[in-house]
Ligand binder design. Structure first.
Ligand code: NIG
Ligand code: FE
Length: 424
């Protein structure tokens, strides 16, 4: 058998977190296993991984192409690029004043009902042109890449008119076509009822369905904010029926501020993920486990809402629900771009083990956006998206609370960032 020709070889890996073989999410006890190989090597041919295993076995299985790029991981840690499966990447303006209001005791829903919150970002986003949004998105994606994030789901939802939601989706698609970081566009027309439809909810829901139909060939998923003060289970069901007719995947903001039955709806409609879940009920957990819906937990959000109430990660894991993590990057409830910071919060606030949290930020996160067959784990045939840290124990990442960034970032088999020497 001719040996595969490697164009990239990484040696000197103290710990390689493969996140295991296969394409599906890791669930239950298995989620505590990050598939660590000690003293490992990784090789890629073009974009694809052709070897992951003990360094001692590398030369038996591959030979190097003449122009091979050789990387010394310096006895560091290697793991798959982070996948951030829930962001509101594109928006205008920040909301520091609202942050102050919440610290002083005002609730998120009261601020929204008074026309602030999401609706103030809608006004700021409507004022931006597509070019400006692309430029803002590019800068954000670049910062995320320096923190090891290589695939990002990007929701619309701050346009809330056909024209403005289309502008956001077009900007996300342009970023998907040009940037190193992969961008997965999601339509979130059902994020809030815009002021011009305040007295005509039915009219707005008809418009959301029109958005789904007209943007179906540009987005992969349809999302809805299922919550008191946002959209009811029945209203979301109608939006998701349109998504299904258009052949799109479904995600939802569920049980974030109270138990509204969002998790059960996710199971009923076969959503790929249900996100937030801070107030999920035992029945919701059971329904998600049976339907195989991924739980995307967002531990920075209760923190920014000044709430102690976090999602029941242990109960979800015990019930066999796959857990993913995301930043929920947005100007209201989570102005956070760093997945490493989210992993640290998951360990300390959700009591997830460091291994389970890292599985959640890579492999299970990829499954939450339908990409588990390609990214989120290091295995032969998967895409070579790797990050190399100058630490010798992977638990250093959450322990050092998101302050470590990768020394080297490899995307699709090519080095896209190299910060030089050790920075442990
Ligand atoms: O995921 N909950 C709804 N949407 C966002 C917040 C959006 C905003 O406050 O601007 C979230 O938390
Ligand atoms: Fe969100």
């Amino acid at each position: 058998m001719t040996k595969a020709k490697a164009t990239l070889v990484v040696r000197g890996i103290k710990q390689c977190l493969t996140m295991g073989t296969g394409d599906g999410p890791r669930v239950g006890d298995e989620q505590n296993d990050a598939g660590v190989i000690e003293d490992a090597a990784v090789a890629a041919a073009g974009k694809e991984i052709i070897y992951v295993g003990p360094a001692s076995g590398l030369l038996r299985e591959i030979r190097e192409a003449p122009d091979v790029v050789r990387i010394d991981a310096g006895q560091g840690v290697v793991l798959p690029g982070f996948v951030d499966p829930h962001t509101h990447l594109l928006f205008g303006g920040w909301r520091p004043a609202e942050f102050g209001q919440r610290i002083a005791g005002e609730s998120y829903q009261d601020i929204l009902a008074a026309g602030g919150g999401i609706l103030s970002t809608v006004a700021a986003t409507r004022a931006l042109g597509e070019e400006e949004l692309v430029e803002i998105g590019r800068r954000r994606l670049h910062r995320m890449l320096t923190m090891g994030t290589m695939t990002v789901e990007a929701k619309s939802g701050y346009g809330l008119s056909l024209e403005d939601e289309s502008k956001l989706v077009r900007a996300a698609c342009r970023l998907a076509a040009t940037e190193e970081v992969e961008v997965v566009p999601t339509l979130l027309g059902a994020h809030a009822v815009p002021p011009e439809y305040r007295d005509d909810r039915q009219g707005y829901l008809r418009l959301v369905i029109e958005m789904v139909e007209s943007l179906a060939d540009r987005v992969e998923f349809v999302d809805a904010f299922c919550e008191t003060g946002a959209f009811s289970v029945e209203e979301c069901r109608d939006v998701f029926a349109a998504a299904q007719r258009a052949g799109l995947g479904i995600k939802l903001h569920a049980d974030q501020l109270g138990d509204t039955g969002g998790a059960a709806l996710a199971a009923e409609v076969g959503a790929v993920s249900a996100d937030h879940l801070d107030y999920i009920s035992p029945a919701g957990i059971a329904a998600m486990a049976t339907a195989g819906v991924v739980a995307v937990l967002l531990p920075s959000v209760p923190l920014y809402l000044m709430s102690q109430h976090q999602a029941p990660a242990a109960a979800l894991q015990r019930a066999g629900v796959p857990i993913a993590l995301a930043t929920d990057f947005n100007p209201g409830t989570s102005p956070v771009e760093s997945m490493a910071a989210i992993v640290a919060l998951a360990c300390m606030l959700l009591r997830m083990s460091p291994a389970a949290a890292l599985v959640a930020a890579t492999r299970n996160a990829a499954c939450a956006i339908g990409r588990g067959d390609r990214v989120g784990s290091l295995d032969v045939g998967k895409q070579a998206d790797l990050q190399i840290y100058a630490v010798s124990d992977y638990r250093m990442l959450p322990y050092r609370f998101g302050q470590l960034s990768p020394r080297i970032v490899i995307k699709r088999g090519g080095v896209v960032l190299d910060c030089g020497g050790a920075a442990g």
